[in-house]
Design a protein around this ligand. Structure first.
Ligand SMILES: *Cc1c(COP(=O)(O)O)cnc(C)c1O
Length: 401
């Protein structure tokens, strides 16, 4: 894409502007200084310069997904990630559709809940917190229920950090003659999701995850023939992807007030993404972050919820130590004092916490974090971070199934 200096934010790739803590979270996350600096300008929402930013972001997202602009389009939608998930489901699922939701955590469950709100028929394959939905079981369910038209899958289930086998799922869905919609909120931009490798009708992601922008909008990448056929499906005026697309194609503008500063920040974040070598470059850094962090935490005695095969390089769940002197709130506060914000657990069963590997940070930060965790355990007089035996037993039993 051509560089347009008149609308460019200032260059620079320094890490932090202030002495703010590292956000070891799945978004909002730590962003580059130049991303933050690019928000220090006001934009007219229908001015040509701003429309250029919108066009650039739409084109660049398609190119990261290896999606040809003749077959696919990118439609940004105001709001957090959940808004664009709802927009995708409400727009692309016809009122008489039936959807199989593949759930293994909170975000899969949220998709099912959204379908309940939308009044769209659905069934749920619930795999609990530990296990991925596999292609074979998807094939079986689809064969047994010819009424199912669509499957919804979560690429990386951020509530546990499990990386679901999306290629295998996509193959099962299309071999069964059905359609796949993907929530790749916390995967896109780092985990591989390229047209040609994975088949889908649409996927969604948002500004503040692996592209390392700030929150304020999400985006859908949709096969054009599918989108064209979806006119009139949507239950909602503001979340109608088809209407947003039609208007954007016609005018280059957003239908309603866009988060202008967030979009300028996203365009700068996309430039840094390109400089890092695109999704493969980013995946390599996140993988190094995870590997050094997980190795260090295991050395302290912590146990991951997931077995190595399913650990994503996005976020990792650890069991709380069994030692009664461990208390999450105090642990959190100590780490915050040391400059690290971690994330509480979101499991349905065992007590846990999460550490994100994404955002503008590297292995050095992870090494410092592990040292801070070690000091914190010492302060709390927890000599070994071993998980409760019951949690480990349950993990073994479920994994063996
Ligand atoms: C972050 C995320 C979402 C959206 O969450 P918001 O809080 O609405 O931004 C949806 N699905 C997954 C898998 C996510 O990680």
């Amino acid at each position: 894409m051509e560089e347009k200096s008149s609308v460019r934010p200032p260059p620079g790739n320094a890490i932090r502007l202030h002495n703010e803590p590292w956000l070891l979270t799945p978004g909002p996350l730590t962003t580059a200084a130049s991303v933050k600096q690019s928000m220090l300008r006001d934009w007219g929402s229908w001015d040509g310069d701003f429309c250029e930013l919108t066009a650039e972001l739409r084109g660049e997202v398609l190119s990261i997904a290896n999606a040809s602009p003749s077959d696919f389009t990118c439609i940004p939608v105001q709001g957090s990630g959940t808004f664009v998930v709802e927009a995708m489901l409400g727009t692309l699922l016809a009122r008489d559709s039936k959807t199989l939701v593949l759930a293994n955590g909170a975000y899969g469950k949220r998709c099912a809940e959204t379908l309940t709100y939308l009044g769209r028929d659905h069934v749920v394959l619930d795999k609990g917190d530990y296990l991925p939905p596999r292609g074979e079981e998807v094939t079986k369910i689809l064969a047994a229920d010819p009424a199912i038209t669509h499957v919804v899958a979560i690429h990386c289930e951020t509530s546990s950090g499990i990386q679901n086998p999306i290629e295998e799922i996509a193959t099962a869905v299309y071999e069964s003659g059905r359609h796949l919609l993907i929530d790749s909120m916390s995967g896109f931009g780092a985990l591989p999701l390229r047209c040609g490798d994975v088949r889908f009708d649409a996927f969604v992601s948002s500004a503040n995850k692996c592209i390392e922008g700030v929150p304020g909008f999400g985006f859908a990448v949709v096969r054009k023939t599918v989108l064209e056929a979806s006119r009139g499906n949507s239950h909602s005026l503001s979340l109608d992807l088809h209407a947003q697309w039609e208007y954007m194609e016609k005018t280059g503008q957003w239908r309603f007030t866009p988060p202008t500063h967030t979009i300028a920040a996203f365009v700068e974040a996309l430039r840094l993404h390109r400089l890092e070598g695109g999704a493969p470059g980013r995946l390599a850094r996140y993988t190094r972050n995870r590997n050094s962090m997980v190795a260090g935490m295991r050395e302290l005695g912590f146990e991951t919820l997931l077995q190595d095969d399913w650990l994503s390089p996005i976020i990792v769940t650890f069991f709380n130590p069994a030692d009664p002197r461990f208390e999450f709130r105090a642990f959190y506060n100590h780490l915050k004092d040391r400059g690290f914000i971690i994330y509480p657990g979101k499991l349905t069963v065992a007590d846990s916490f999460r550490i994100g590997c994404i955002g503008r940070m590297n292995e050095q930060v992870m090494t410092e974090l592990v040292a801070a965790v070690g000091d914190t355990l010492a302060t709390m007089q927890v000599s070994k971070a071993t998980a409760p035996a019951a949690a480990l037993r349950e993990r073994e039993v479920l994994a063996a199934r």
